[in-house]
Design a protein around this ligand. Structure first.
Ligand SMILES: Nc1ncnc2c1ncn2[C@@H]1O[C@H](COP(=O)(O)OP(=O)(O)O)[C@@H](O)[C@H]1O
Ligand SMILES: [Mg+2]
Length: 262
């Protein structure tokens, strides 16, 4: 099982959008669990899953309930969600009170390791204990960057946080919400590509098609497959899969999933 954390210190940079689209791409031939770690529950909402954690996140962290009790199937074969509900607001406190507080989420993931080939973590912004847990559990950290003169700084910040909590975990950054009509975006995009080895040559355009995910409650490729955005997320998944050496495709459905073709 490979764990992919979608992370940034910043909010509103496209983490959830990335997590949902990557998870969907991965589920074409792997069994995937998307774990929504953000109390806002945006990934839970987009994938049309009930925001309910059995016994609340406290029970999950303390081991009183199994993760599988709260996992829900989505409309897509091989894609399940561990949803977030309001109790996730307290996750940092719950983790802080637990033993081995920086490894708790990793422990929970071990309990579902047999069920899934890929886990995508949709992280909240900031450098909380939740983020530290996610980064420690991750095999790769995927970082969306909005092109701006500050984005290199925000990447540096992420690199130093990742290095502190999980020394050699690879980081893959890419540009998103890129508006080619804006000179500032073009300049920032050009300077970011090549400025750091972590920055992939992939950019997701700023487009209404991506914004529609909230209304469609679906990953972009599920309702608009022949778009630049859908292709960019497909390319991103290819790069991430190669980054974690994910080679063995598994076509078995997950226990929870109902069959529906991609
Ligand atoms: N490529 C894009 N084009 C247009 N809007 C986007 C794009 N990516 C994300 N958005 C929008 O930007 C907002 C923030 O994205 P989101 O994924 O929720 O960020 P985060 O999880 O980092 O807070 C959302 O309203 C989302 O629909
Ligand atoms: Mg989010």
């Amino acid at each position: 099982m490979k764990v992919i954390a979608v992370y940034s210190t910043k909010g509103g940079v496209g983490k959830t959008t990335t997590a949902v689209n990557l998870a969907w791409e991965a589920s074409r031939n792997s069994r995937v669990l998307l774990w929504d770690l953000d109390p806002q529950g945006a990934a839970t909402f987009v994938l049309n899953v009930k925001p309910k954690v059995k016994g609340g996140v406290n029970s999950l962290v303390t081991g009183r309930t199994d993760a599988t009790a709260s996992v829900r199937a989505t409309a897509y074969e091989r894609l399940d969600v561990l949803p977030a509900d309001d109790s996730y607001r307290d996750l940092d406190l719950v983790l802080d009170a637990a033993k081995k507080s920086t490894h708790r989420l990793g422990r929970i993931l071990e309990s579902v390791a047999r069920e899934y080939d890929v886990v995508v973590l949709d992280c909240p912004p900031g450098s909380s204990l939740v983020a530290e847990n996610a980064l420690r559990a991750a095999d790769v950290v995927v970082v969306p960057l909005i092109p701006s003169p500050l984005s290199l700084r925000s990447l540096d910040q992420v690199v130093s946080i990742v290095t502190e909590s999980a020394k050699s975990t690879p980081i893959l950054a890419f540009l998103t919400m890129v508006d080619r009509r804006k000179t500032g975006h073009r300049v920032a995009a050009e300077s970011l590509h090549g400025a750091r080895p972590e920055v992939l040559a992939i950019s997701v355009p700023a487009t209404v098609v991506v914004e529609r995910m909230g209304a469609e409650r679906a990953p972009v490729a599920a309702f608009a497959p022949n778009t630049t955005a859908a292709r960019a997320y497909k390319d991103l998944w290819t790069a991430v899969a190669a980054g974690v050496h994910l080679t063995k495709p598994a076509t078995k459905p997950t226990k929870k999933s109902r069959p529906k073709a991609h």
